[in-house]
Design a binder for this molecule. Sequence first.
Ligand code: MG
Length: 290
Amino acid sequence: MEAEDLCCADGAKYQCLLFDMDDTLYPLSTGLNLACRKNIEDYMLHQLGIEESQVPRMCLELYREYGTTMAGLKDLGYEFDDDEFHAYVHGRLPYETLKPDPLLRNLLLSMPQRKIIFTNADKNHAARVLTKLGLEDCFEGVICFETLNSPTPVQGSPFDPANEVADDSDDSLMTGDSDARATMKTNTQNTLQKIICKPSLTAIQAAIRVADLDPAKTLFFDDSARNIATAKLAGLQTVIVGSSSLVPGADYALSSIHNIKDALPQIWDNGEEHYLEHFVQSTVETPVLA
Ligand SMILES: [Mg+2]
């Protein structure tokens, strides 16, 4: 693709910018995070029948241990439908608190690198958030829950893991090793397979393979310190967002994603003027998702 050829020129400091979404592209103060936790607790109480007095502690502990409460519940043996869970916890979120962010949009469109979302959330939530923020066409694609876990991935996405399983000869997007393919293949065939999500190294390495990233030339943005720590182990360059001080494994700290140009001017350093023109004029729709 012409755009990729332009922005992946040899010697470029960064070839790809990999963004977490929730609480990274918008601030914690929107209240979405808190509402989401409340919905998860409601699901545990009303759908899974977990004792009310145990729910808050269990919700938090599973989140801390597994990366998402959902992954912890599955590992404990609770059986529920992934889509139903996501619809329950995300379907009732106050999305109206998210407003279009033209400042961030312009910043993203002016960056010459590939830009990809990497979220633990499901594809529907990712699509709604990006649309609400007015950023739906700012990314090459979205790596989400379904990308790494769905037995029936959405067709047509560049990050559809089914592509990787079905066609080993196509290395235009998938050049991962056989172990990665085996992991994903196994996962699509076994509904009891553990959930793959950040901050596990498996999830981050899978994202690297799925998007065909050079970790040393990829800058990863996330508001979670533990995701940053694992990303560093995977060889990514890292930015902790929502913090004014570094955390272990972080190369940079951004109190807000809006400060990105002041804190990381080198993102634009390897871009020639024609890169910027191309991306500002681009109206390519972000493939959503999985
Ligand atoms: Mg986050």
